[in-house]
Write a protein that binds this ligand. Sequence first.
Ligand SMILES: Nc1ncnc2c1ncn2[C@@H]1O[C@H](COP(=O)(O)OP(=O)(O)O)[C@@H](O)[C@H]1O
Ligand SMILES: [Mg+2]
Length: 334
Amino acid sequence: MAPSSAATAAYELPWVEKYRPTLLDDVVGNVETIERLKVIAKDGNCPHIIISGLPGIGKTTSIHCLAHQLLGDAYKEGVLELNASDERGIDVVRNKIKSFAQKKVTLPPGRHKIVILDEADSMTGGAQQALRRTMEIYSNTTRFCLACNMSNKIIEPIQSRCAILRYAKLRDTEVLARLLEICKEENVQYNDDGLTALIFTCEGDMRQAINNLQSTHSGFGFVSGENVFKVCDQPHPVIVQAIIRACHKCEVDSALEKLHELWDQGYSAVDIVVTLFRVAKTFDELPEYTKLEYIKEIGFTHMRVLEGVGTLMQLAGLVARLCKLHMKPELFKL
Ligand SMILES: Nc1ncnc2c1ncn2[C@@H]1O[C@H](COP(=O)(O)OP(=O)(O)O)[C@@H](O)[C@H]1O
Ligand SMILES: [Mg+2]
C-alpha cells in the first residue's frame, strides 16, 4: 500500500462529525421544537431564531440543517457563519454582517440570507447592541439564527425580536437509539453494561456520548461498562451505589471502606461527590423521602468541596451523616 493511502486509511473522522445529521429529520429528540423548524424549512418564512440549551444536544446541527433545507444549493453563498472562535466585536458586527446583508445573492424564491451566530452568549453586550439595529434594518433580506447555552445572556431587545426555541436535555432512550445506530454502522463490539455506562456518563449530552463511544472503541476494542468508566475517568457507579446502600443500612464501616477504595483509586472529592449525587438521584432502592434527604446532604458537601475543602475527611463526614439519618436519635445522646 502506498504511504499516502495508508495515511488516509488510518485517518478516521471523529464520529461526532461523521454522524452529524444533515437533515432536520435525522436530529433526534426535542420533537416538538424540531417539528416547528421543519415547518419553517418547508414554508420558508424563517423568523429570527434563538436556540438555547445545554451543550451537545444538537443546536448548531439543527441550525445548519435548517439553513441547508431552506437554501439548498445557495447555502454557500447565502449563509454567513460566525462562531465564538471568530472575531465578533462591534466592528465585525457592523461591517461584516452589513456587507453580507447588502450582498446580492440568488436564492430560491421566498427565502432569505441567513446569518448564523453560534455561541451567541459569548458576544459582548456592545456587540449585541450593534446587532439589534442591523437585524432590523436588513430583516427583509437577512434572517438571524443564534445558538446559545443560556438565552438570558442575550440582551432583551434581541430576545424580543426572535422566536426563542429551548432545547431540553436528550432523553436516555434518544441517546441510546443513536448510539445503537452508530455501533451498527461502525461494527462496534459492545454489551448492555457498556451502553448503560455511556448513557450514565454523558448526562444527555450526545456529543459526549458519541465521543466516549469512539474513545472506548478505539482504546479497548470492546465497549463494556468497565472500559467506559476507564475512558471517562469517573468513579464506577456500582461502587458508589454500594456506598449509598451501606449508608441506608447504617453500616458506617463498610460505607467508609468503599469510600476509601474510591479515594485510593485517585478520584478527587468533586468526582466522588458528583457521582454520589447522580447515583442517589436515580437510585430506586431508596424511598423518595430518603432520596431527598440524601440529595440535600450531598449538595451541602458539594458546596463545601467547591469552596476548597475537598478532603477525605469531608467525604467521610458526609457518609457518616448519611448513615446517621436512619439511626435512632437516642443513640447519639450522651
Ligand atoms: N439531537 C441530536 N441528534 C443527533 N446527533 C446529535 C444531536 N445532538 C448532538 N448530536 C451529535 O453531537 C454533535 C454535536 O452537536 P452540536 O449540534 O454541535 O451540539 P450543540 O448543541 O452543542 O451545538 C453532532 O455532530 C452530532 O453528531
Ligand atoms: Mg454548538
